[in-house]
Design a protein around this ligand. Structure first.
Ligand code: SF4
Ligand code: SF4
Ligand code: SF4
Length: 188
């Protein structure tokens, strides 16, 4: 059984938003809502300045509060650990929206169902392709693959680098990790 994981290396990310644009194109994301955003965070004082680029999207929790609270079964998990929404069952009660600690869900202004990152499950992953955001990144800041395959690029990266998981203390067990930016803020 495959278990898909994505890693965002903040050291490589230049905040170009290519991933976010690719996601919109690939998934026909309506204006005003996002499956993925890359936030710029500036800190420090001159000359010790630091700029971080932080990805915000569904982190594909293994223990997903959105699935637990969904009263209709519209929010569910695939065998590969991907959290999806069955639009036909979604009654837009927004319980999942409130339960998600990552602010990863939105109400689709057109369908009124809940939307979020799907790891491009239906349109790409099922056809053996990587997610759109991963393929367009010009600096290879995003790595995606099966962690149950020890020879996959993502497994090798996790073995080599210190990959952290957002809000790990909540025990939601995210499948989207990040490598913390260490650049900047070192003027001596
Ligand atoms: S495409 Fe790559 S470099 Fe550009 S914002 Fe996204 S992750 Fe960062
Ligand atoms: S990040 Fe939010 S939407 Fe995604 S699986 Fe976790 S609780 Fe659900
Ligand atoms: S995996 Fe697909 S749906 Fe998720 S952020 Fe990337 S392009 Fe968007």
């Amino acid at each position: 059984m495959k278990k898909y994981v994505m890693v965002h290396d903040e050291n490589l990310c230049i905040g170009c938003q290519g991933c976010s644009v690719a996601c919109r194109n690939e998934n026909n994301v309506p204006d005003g809502v996002y499956r993925l955003q890359v936030h710029m965070k500036m800190s420090g004082t001159f000359p010790r300045l630091k700029t971080d680029f932080i990805r915000q999207s569904c982190v594909m929790c293994e223990e997903s509060p959105c699935v637990t609270v969904c009263p209709t079964g519209a929010s569910f998990k695939t065998d590969n650990g991907i959290t999806l929404v069955d639009e036909r069952l979604c009654v837009s009660c927004k319980y999942c929206l409130l339960a998600c600690p990552y602010d990863a869900r939105f109400v689709d202004p057109i369908t009124k169902a809940i939307g979020k990152c799907t790891f491009c499950f239906q349109n790409r992953l099922s056809a053996g392709k990587e997610p759109a955001c991963v393929t367009v990144c010009p600096t290879d800041a995003l790595v995606f693959g099966d962690v149950n395959d020890e020879n996959s690029e993502v497994s090798k990266l996790i073995a080599k680098k210190n990959v952290e998981y957002p809000k790990a203390h909540l025990n939601t067990k995210p499948s989207l990790g990040f490598i913390k930016n260490t650049k900047g803020g070192r003027y001596e």
